[in-house]
Design a protein around this ligand. Structure first.
Ligand SMILES: Cc1cc2nc3c(=O)[nH]c(=O)nc-3n(C[C@H](O)[C@H](O)[C@H](O)COP(=O)(O)O)c2cc1C
Length: 199
C-alpha cells in the first residue's frame, strides 16, 4: 500500500512517498539495513557538531528485547505496533560538551531521525514516530541517564494493506493526508502575513 502526499508544489519523490502507516507486515529488516538507517542519522547536521542524539533499538525477532520497547508504548499505539520489524527510541543529550544547556538537542536529534526516515523510505521501509510512550518507564527500563531525554519511539518496517488492521484503525489508515497551506506558515514582512513567495 502507498499513500503519497498530495503536494501543491513539486518535491523529491522520497518526501512524497514517506508516510506513517500503522499496518505493517511481519517481514524482517536486516542488521545491514538497520546500520544504513543509523549511518544516515549519523550524518545529520547538528549545532556545533555536538551530535546529541542516541538511539536504543530492538528487532522484533529479538522477542525479549522487543517486548521491553513495546511495553513502554501507550495503549493507543500497542494495537498496531506489535508487528513492526523494529522499534527504536531516540534520545537527546540535553547538555553540550561544555556543560551548558544545548537548546538544539531535540532539534538536532529530530534532524538525525529525519535522515533515518529518508534513508528508510529510499529502501522501501516505512516508519511511524510515536510520542505516545512512557518516557519515565523507558528511562528506568533502559537506564537512560538524567543528562539525556527520551524523545520519540520510531516504528520501522514493511508496509501492509490497511485491511490487516482492526476496523477502527483501518478507517484512520485510509483518511486523506492533509496539511496547512504554505501561506499559513511562510511569512514575509511581518508575523502572520504570508510571504509573496507563497501567496
Ligand atoms: C513526534 C511525533 C510523535 C508522534 N506520535 C504518534 C503516536 O504516538 N501515535 C501515532 O499513531 N502517531 C504518532 N505520530 C505520527 C503523526 O500522527 C503523523 O506523522 C501525522 O499525522 C502526519 O502523518 P504522516 O506522517 O503520515 O504524514 C507522531 C509523529 C511525530 C513526528
Amino acid at each position: 500500500m502507498t499513500n503519497p502526499a498530495p503536494t501543491d508544489h513539486p518535491v523529491h519523490p522520497l518526501i512524497e512517498k514517506r508516510w506513517s502507516p500503522r499496518a505493517f507486515t511481519s517481514a524482517s529488516v536486516t542488521a545491514e539495513q538497520m546500520r544504513s538507517l543509523f549511518e544516515a542519522a549519523r550524518w545529520a547536521a547538528s549545532s556545533r557538531n555536538e551530535q546529541p542524539w542516541s538511539f536504543l533499538v530492538a528487532l522484533r525477532e529479538d522477542e525479549a528485547q522487543f517486548a521491553r520497547f513495546f511495553g513502554c508504548l501507550m495503549p493507543g499505539n500497542q494495537p498496531w505496533a506489535g508487528s513492526v520489524s523494529a522499534l527504536a527510541l531516540s534520545v537527546a543529550e540535553a547538555r553540550g560538551a561544555d556543560g551548558s544547556p544545548n537548546k538544539y538537542a531535540v532539534h538536532d536529534t529530530a534532524l538525525a531521525v529525519a535522515n533515518l526516515i529518508v534513508q528508510a523510505t529510499s529502501m522501501d521501509l516505512y516508519t511511524h514516530q510515536m510520542g505516545g510512550f512512557d518516557g519515565t518507564k523507558a528511562r528506568a527500563e533502559f537506564g537512560i541517564p538524567e543528562t539525556h531525554d527520551p524523545v520519540a519511539m520510531i516504528a520501522i518496517g514493511h508496509v501492509a494493506d490497511a485491511d490487516t488492521l482492526p476496523e477502527d484503525l483501518r478507517e484512520r489508515e485510509r483518511q486523506p493526508r492533509v496539511r496547512r497551506p504554505l501561506a499559513e506558515f511562510v511569512y514575509g514582512s511581518a508575523w502572520g502575513l504570508a510571504s509573496d513567495l507563497v501567496s
